[in-house]
Design a protein. Structure first.
Length: 170
């Protein structure tokens, strides 16, 4: 089984994901886990929120009903909501977060622009779930800045049990 397939199955089986009325997610880059099956399921259920970047380092989420019609290629070649779609004003109970590197304490390195950290620091109530390939999870702590936001969980197909990292049994 490919790692992306394992990740999709683990997320679909994750109770906190299943219970969330809305899920903030990301449209994957080619180098990231392919969670597009999850995006399609969430859109069909009216639960999907995807980010749009704007200004200098700012990001907000919009509700997506149709993956094929509601998205355009935006900054950094990432598919994001069309500008006509309003930003979501309600609660965001659960978020799937991409990253370049994660650690066993929930630390996360992104692409260095701070979009997710700025957004998540304003949404402390959101359960933050990092999504990673096995090679992206470090057993050693990452050197984090005070502005870096920790993940509550990480979904990654790992051989060894690491605290705060979701395994097949959630």
């Amino acid at each position: 089984m490919k790692e992306s397939d394992w990740i999709v199955k683990a997320i679909l089986d994750f109770n906190l994901y299943k219970k969330a009325a809305k899920v903030a997610a990301f449209y994957p880059l080619p180098s990231e886990p392919d969670i597009k099956p999850i995006l399609k399921e969430l859109a069909g259920q009216g639960r999907l929120l995807l980010p749009r970047t704007f200004g200098e380092g700012l990001m907000e989420f919009s509700e997506i009903k149709d993956i094929d019609k509601d998205l355009i290629e935006g900054r950094f070649h990432v598919f994001e909501p069309k500008a006509a779609l309003p930003f979501w004003k309600g609660e965001i109970p659960f978020a799937l977060i991409p990253g370049v590197r994660f650690d066993k304490k929930g630390g996360r390195y992104g692409h260095g622009k701070g979009y997710y950290d700025r957004f998540l620091s304003r949404h402390k109530e959101t359960i933050k779930c990092g999504v990673a390939f096995s090679f992206q999870v470090s057993a050693k702590p990452l050197e984090l800045k005070t502005t870096d936001v920790l993940m509550n969980y990480i979904v990654a197909p790992l051989e060894k049990e690491i605290p705060n990292v979701e395994k097949a049994t959630v």
